[in-house]
Design a protein around this ligand. Structure first.
Ligand code: NAP
Length: 273
């Protein structure tokens, strides 16, 4: 915007406001939080972050946020239309397949541009002993018949897949205790939110004599230390593959910032501003 002479500060404020793009960030990941923090003080964007509400405490992203489901595709479509969102960034976890599918459908129905931002997966490195499986049920079977000491680093939501294998001793790490009890006979609950460091993860695997690690391929730096520690200790990892998502852009928050910049330019040049 070129400036000519003196600008009435009140008029400038109105102009700034009218040029702020209304953006919904679907969150629940470090990337979503970092992105929101970067946009929080940028007058070009008016950001709302949405959380499913899976954890007891929510870390404020520095922007307004809401908690809870939308009520499926129809609910999200109505939400986008009612609040006149102009862009959606789906920065949810790579394994949160339902909300990503809902977002794709709802954005299509509401004519709202969508960016699906996903962190790249971890690659198998020399020394890694990985068995890749398609889902949690296959992971439970892949642990094997004889009782093992298993580190389950998969969150809380899909623990029921392991009910078929109660013979193992499970070490389960989640962010918080949640509401539902874990119906497995030999369970040690551990609570913690990443980032986790290599020395601590290695010490934990050794102390508890862990024989198998079960993990999603989240791709997060904050949770990679357990994979490195397992490699060094020659502990096998059962790695659950990511659900397929065709419309993914892999990258960090900078990719989303670029996308938003272009969206902002296009939106306001279309309106002749
Ligand atoms: P999901 O299976 O894809 O979604 C289930 C339902 O939860 C959705 O249909 C939606 O309800 C609601 N939902 C999910 N994410 C939402 C969001 N950001 N805002 C509002 N509603 C949301 O998701 P999930 O695997 O349960 O994961 C839930 C959340 O935890 C996600 O936001 C994800 O980023 C985060 N997370 C997941 C994992 C994981 O391993 N799955 C790990 C770390 C963090 P409605 O249909 O009612 O709208």
């Amino acid at each position: 915007m070129e400036s000519h002479g003196t600008i009435d500060p009140f008029a400038a404020l109105i102009l700034l406001d009218s040029m702020a793009l209304k953006i919904l960030i679907l969150g629940g990941t470090t990337e979503a939080r970092l992105l929101a923090e970067q946009l929080a003080h940028d007058p070009h964007y008016d950001v709302l972050v949405s959380y499913a509400g899976r954890t007891i405490s929510v870390r404020s992203p520095g922007t307004p946020y809401r908690v809870g489901g939308f009520g499926g595709v129809d609910g999200l479509t109505a939400f986008l239309k009612t609040h006149r969102f102009q862009g959606v960034i789906d920065a949810t976890h790579p394994y949160a397949a339902r909300i990503s599918s809902n977002a794709a459908q709802a954005c299509f129905m509401a004519y709202v541009p969508l960016l699906r931002l996903e962190r790249p997966a971890w690659n198998r490195m020399e020394g890694d002993i990985w068995t890749e499986v398609d889902n949690m049920h296959h992971a439970a079977r892949a642990i094997g018949c004889s009782p093992r000491r298993v580190f389950l680093s998969i969150g809380r939501l899909e623990l029921s897949a392991f009910f078929v294998a109660p013979r193992h001793e499970y070490f389960i790490r989640t962010i918080d205790c949640g509401n539902a009890p874990v119906e497995l006979p030999r369970v040690h609950m551990l609570f913690g939110r990443g980032p986790f460091c290599f020395e601590e993860e290695k010490a934990f695997l050794e102390r508890e004599a862990i024989e198998i690690v079960v993990s999603k391929n989240s791709g997060s730096k904050a949770t990679y230390a357990k994979i490195e520690a397992a490699r060094v200790l020659r502990i096998p990892v059962i790695m659950i593959k990511r659900p397929a998502n065709e419309a993914v852009v892999y990258g960090d928050p900078e990719v989303a910032i670029d996308w938003l910049r272009k969206l902002h330019e296009t939106s306001f040049s279309d309106r002749g501003e």
